[in-house]
Design a protein around this ligand. Sequence first.
Ligand code: ATP
Ligand code: MN
Length: 513
Amino acid sequence: MVAKGEVAVERRNLSPAALYEEAIRRDEAAIVSTGALTAETGKHTGRSPKDKFFVKEPTSQDAIWWHPGNQPIASTKFDSLLERMQQYVATHDVYTQDVFACADPRFRLRVRVITEMAWHSLFARNLFIRPTTDELMDFQPDFTVIALPSMQADPARDGTHSETFILVNLGRRIVLIGGTGYAGEIKKSIFTALNYILPAQNVFPMHCSANLSPDGDDVALFFGLSGTGKTTLSADPSRRLIGDDEHGWSDRGIFNFEGGCYAKTIRIKKESEPEIYIATESFGTILENVVFDSRTRVPDYDSDAKTENTRAAYPVDLIPNAVLSGMGSHPHNVMFLSADAFGVLPPVSRLDEDQIRFYFLSGYTAKVAGTERGVTEPEATFSTCFAAPFLVLPPERYADMLVERVKRHHVDVWMLNTGWVGGPYGVGERMSIAHTRAIVRAVLSGELHSVATHLDPIFGLQIPNRVPGVPREVLDTRDSWPDPDDYDRQATRLREMFEQNIHQIGKNASAAG
Ligand code: ATP
Ligand code: MN
């Protein structure tokens, strides 16, 4: 709080070094032995989907896909929270970053991010596209995000779900975030806005990573839910990274929405992910909820004492050979990543047109959920278009955009299981990153196009008979199980879950239409 008679200071577009000093002075964060800045996010160590609302307002209310994940809030509620936040901003020192979203200049969105925390300001600077000094002259924002973790809502008065809130106002182009320190909310709220803004400009917004061959010709996209390998697999030493999480597909090709990466650091190993590891250990990088030794300040990436979802946020140019324009041509290959903890999906299969739509609308992965008794059991997650929490329009709109582009540009679409082989979680093992990378290499080199396939009887997927660098027992999921009958039972169960889920999506769509 600013003392009486003093004027609150707005610290605008501070550099990483200055933001380090601010964060340390205010006791928000610490510096670890590697040079990274490390912060704790408090109660929320991940996104808080139940606390996200769209303001019900005339310009967007008819377009929004209203369902339990996209809840409405009245604009009067929004106005009163906005007023309290503006009051806070006027009376406290806050940090402002003026940044861009969308690397393609034709679709550039000017975003102003106003934060209570200095480290959130550095997060915004790392994750979004950093304008040049010239571009900062006369910067007028198209969209404004205000993030004040100490601002708590009162559900009875404010109409929120809890004291935490993420309110997206598509008409006024403002996002309000309160009651959470998890920085990922800032980037994903702009991603949400782009899922509304871009389809109207004939751009398909995608929750995917992207990379490029060294000659610049061959773009690949990797779709998948959290933890399936978008960030890990797109940082490939033999390719050039375009972006690790959010892209648009226009009439000219694909472009990154962001200027940075947000990598998981839990149990990261320098040997299997050297590029990400080095970026994680750089000055300017922000670590979230990473445990470190209080004396030596050495980070312990193996510790999940604060959360399993530990993160590093860094500018994309910390990855060697990243594509600094953030743009690429139409992709040749698209990969759907699922970390199937049931261990039944094949490591790789090629999808036909119906399967592309089916698996895109399904948006499947399986998490390993811990129970109170310490027993861990896989749990299926279906998140339509691999992006349910960020979709604004009905899912079919996005699926249509994908299928239309895939057909027009003759794109090959593959499904990869980056999860378990040799049995389910607890019996089998997670696919090694080396084997998944070998599969990706075989797809991208074109080798898999000429390899004969066999039909898997349960999912109807075409599985290549061999992949260079991947042992047979890894490739043939059924044979890799100790008991093939167990495999058949589990695979059938998973297929039924898929069917039930797609049936539900169809029902929702006809109810809405
Ligand atoms: P988010 O949307 O949350 O950013 P993501 O799709 O980017 O998720 P990654 O950050 O790439 O997910 O996480 C994949 C995790 O799984 C990493 O911690 C990686 O080390 C681990 N991993 C283990 N085996 C594999 C594999 N075969 N392929 C990919 N990742 C693997
Ligand atoms: Mn990621």
